[in-house]
Design a binder for this molecule. Structure first.
Ligand SMILES: O=P(O)(O)OC[C@H]1O[C@H](O)[C@H](O)[C@@H](O)[C@@H]1O
Ligand SMILES: [Fe+2]
Length: 204
């Protein structure tokens, strides 16, 4: 399995079934599992997604930095199943814009997701197709509910990894299309040492 493809359970054809009961360890210190492989997204996978293209290019010339990693445990994509795991967004910025996930809508648009912050400091940026933009803070112990219809992106504004645990309907799917072409309406940048939410200059 390549590091950047989603792992999906090898059920033997037909309708994906419920998995057998299972447990998995995720570290409360760094968010990582000791047995499962993570999926990793590096800077090169985020072309055009940060506002400052010059800063992006300059950074990429030096190193293809690991921005975030997360788990896809391969729970079959069936209606009654839940997908879960941790997501770890590392600290840093491209220009003045904080490291973040790509962000996505769910393919089944009205499916929701819950995130629980285990470590670090950041935001969940959310936006629905009608243009309603919401932002919720992440700090250890805070849970965020992402309702159906809202695209969502995790943003790390602190000096430590932003670690969250997430759960969503396993058949929800990931729709990156409009996020990759238009982005979110708002972005989060550092100004005078603090995060500010500003209009995305690339949003059309
Ligand atoms: O898919 P991205 O927007 O790059 O975010 C990476 C991952 O973040 C979280 O862990 C979500 O629950 C995953 O479903 C998502 O795939
Ligand atoms: Fe999601």
């Amino acid at each position: 399995m390549s590091a950047n493809t989603r792992a999906h359970d090898a059920t033997t054809g037909g309708t994906p079934a419920a998995p057998a009961p299972f447990g998995v360890y995720f570290s409360l210190n760094n968010g990582l599992s000791d047995t499962k492989p993570s999926l990793k997204r590096h800077l090169s996978k985020m072309s055009g997604m940060y506002a400052d293209d010059d800063a992006y290019r300059a950074m990429l010339e030096k190193e293809d930095t690991l921005l975030y990693e997360f788990y896809d445990l391969g729970v079959p994509e069936a209606e009654g199943n839940l997908a879960f795991g941790t997501s770890i967004v590392y600290p840093g910025k491209v220009g003045d814009e904080y490291f973040m996930t790509k962000g996505h809508f769910h393919t089944i648009l009205d499916t929701s997701e819950v995130y629980y912050c285990i470590g670090g400091k950041g935001f969940m940026l959310m936006e629905n197709p009608e243009g309603d933009v919401r932002i919720e803070a992440f700090s250890p112990g805070r849970a965020v509910y992402v309702p159906g219809r809202y695209a969502h992106r995790s943003i790390n504004v602190g000096p430590e990894p932003l670690i969250t645990f997430y759960v969503f309907r396993a058949d929800a799917g990931h729709d990156y299309g409009s996020i990759e072409t238009k982005g979110f309406r708002k972005i989060v940048m550092e100004r005078d040492g603090a995060p500010v939410v500003v209009d995305n200059p690339k949003w059309k």
